[in-house]
Design a protein around this ligand. Structure first.
Ligand SMILES: Nc1ncnc2c1ncn2[C@@H]1O[C@H](COP(=O)(O)OP(=O)(O)O)[C@@H](O)[C@H]1O
Ligand SMILES: [Mg+2]
Length: 245
């Protein structure tokens, strides 16, 4: 058993703008919160450079294991351009408890869920969605080639930075426990197909989708999807060579 904290269990930080962290960073604003902790836009005082900081609630980061795993995984995958870059970790004392935070690249952009929901009919055309899926598959391919996986691919963990013909995407919030098993890579592939399916309108519009879209979605049946593609690379290749009517 690790050292017991004397403090109460922290459920929320809610750091106000202007809070100075470890004498080096300043809180700009909160940009997310979830089960594990909170994410803030911060600014490095010495350079005025913006960064993102993920703060863990102490009970979600025992002995700093969560933060360490996440940092090591981001570092291992530092040459995968679809992932944020890891910079450093710091500790602050908050309500008498040490709080670890991880500093990474700040991605300016829009969450995929927000991007899709402001489109007409809250969905994007199939051809645009194929470009989205291609960018995701090509990004995940590099992760899979390093025998790693994302593990938590959904539209709040995908940031769209710019979009023209192709999408420029970043992924945040990887699942960061344990080594990759084949099933983890398969989950990523099925999650990518799910993102495509949702982007073109989900169940409501599925029946009317063209055969090319249905050939990818396979009605979201896992076994059918995995017969066609088992890794990000196979999905990317399929998209680049698929036949059109
Ligand atoms: N590096 C980053 N740059 C910009 N925004 C980020 C960054 N990291 C996280 N976010 C934003 O914060 C939200 C929550 O962060 P995330 O890492 O997904 O934590 P969780 O989902 O566990 O709360 C994301 O959905 C995204 O909007
Ligand atoms: Mg998230």
């Amino acid at each position: 058993m690790g050292k017991k904290s004397n403090g109460r269990r922290i459920q929320q930080f809610d750091f106000p703008a202007g809070t100075i962290l470890a004498g080096k960073y300043e809180i700009v604003s909160q940009i997310g919160n979830g089960w594990e902790g909170e994410v803030y836009l911060i600014r490095e005082c010495a350079t005025r450079i913006e960064r993102a900081a993920k703060f863990w609630y102490p009970h979600r980061n025992p002995a700093n294991r969560t933060a360490r795993f996440y940092a090591r995984k981001l570092h291992k995958l530092r040459h995968c351009p679809i992932l944020i870059q890891y910079y450093t970790q710091e500790t602050i004392i908050h309500e008498d408890q040490p709080i670890r935070f991880l500093v990474s690249e700040y991605v300016e952009g829009e969450l995929l869920c927000d991007f899709v929901s402001r489109q007409p009919g809250k969905r994007i055309p199939v051809f645009q969605a194929l470009h989205l899926l291609h960018a995701l598959a090509a990004g995940i391919e590099k992760i899979h080639n390093l025998r790693e996986y994302h593990g938590d691919l959904h539209d709040e963990n995908v940031i769209v930075r710019r979009y023209g013909l192709s999408f420029d995407l970043k992924l945040v919030d990887m699942f960061h426990w344990g080594p990759a098993r084949p099933q983890n890579l398969h989950d990523d592939v099925c999650d990518l197909v799910r993102l495509f399916y949702d982007a073109i309108g989900g169940q409501r519009h599925y029946a009317k989708q063209p055969p090319e879209a249905k050939a990818i979605c396979c009605g979201l049946k896992r076994s059918l999807i995995l017969k066609k593609f088992r890794t990000g690379g196979q999905l990317r290749q399929y998209l680049e060579t698929m036949q059109w009517d």
